[in-house]
Write a protein of this length. Sequence first.
Length: 299
Amino acid sequence: MRISSLSQPQRMLATLEAGNTQIQKLQDQLATQQKQTLPSEDPLNAARTAAVTQQQAITAQYQQNITAANDALTRQDTLLSSISDLVLSLQDQLRAMNNATQSASTAAGNKAQLSSLSEGIVNLLNSQDAQGHYIFAGTNNSQPTVIKVDGKYQWQGNEETQSVQVGQQQRISAGTTVSSVFAAGSDPLSFLNKIGELTQSSRQSLADSTTLSALIQQSSDASDKVSSARSSIGSRQNQLTQLSDMYTDLTAANSEVLNHLQSTDTAETTLQLQSWMKTVEYSSKAYGLMNQFSLFDVI
C-alpha cells in the first residue's frame, strides 16, 4: 500500500485550523456574551430564538393595548363618577322642591340650580380625550356627543364602541355607552330635556308635584344606570388586570428562555476555551515533532 508522507501533516493542519476556529468562536462568545453571531452557526437555536422573540413582540403589543384600554376606561369611570354626583344632586334638588314649603320666592333659585346641574352633566357628556375625540359619542366621536337645538338637547353619538385586541382571540370594549342613561321613550336625553322644560318655565311658577315626582323617579333610574355602567367598566378593568399579570409572567418566562438561547454561560465557555487551547497546544507540539520525521526514515 502506498502511503503519502503529506497525508498525516495535512490532517494535523486541518485539526489545528478547526481548533483555532473553535477558540476564536469561544473568545467571541465571551466578548459579546452571545452564543452566536450568525444564524448559520446554529440554525435550530436561531429558529427557536426567532419564535420566542416574535412571541415577546406580540405580548408587548397586547400589553400596550391593555394599558391604552385601561387608561380609557379609567377616564370614563372618573367622568361617570362626576356625572353620578350631579345626578344625585339633581335628585336632592328635586326632592327639596317637591315639598309643601316650596314658595314662589324660592322657585327661581331652585330652577337656576337645576339648570346649572343639568348643564354640568352635558359638559361631562361632551368630554374629549387627548386626541380631541368625544369620549361618550361611540364611534361617531369627531363631533360633540350632545348639542342643543331650539332649546332642546340632542344626542349625536351612536351605540357602537371600539374594541381592543388583548389576546390572540380576545377583544375588550374600550368604550362605554351612556346614551340610554337619561332616555325615556325615543328621546335619549328625555330626563335632561324635562329638566330644561322645568327651568325654562316662568321662574316664579311652582312645579307641580306630579312632574317633580316623575323627574325624581327618572333621576333615580339614571343614577342606577350610571352605577351599572361603572360596574361594567370595573369588570372589564379586572379582566385587563388579570391579562396584564399573565402577560407579565409570560414575558418573564420568555426572557429566561431567550437568555438561555442567546447568552453565553461564562463559566462553561471559559472551560471549553481552556480545553480547546490545550488541545491546540498539544496538537501543535505533535505537528512539530511529526515534521522532524519522514516515512523514508523507516524504509
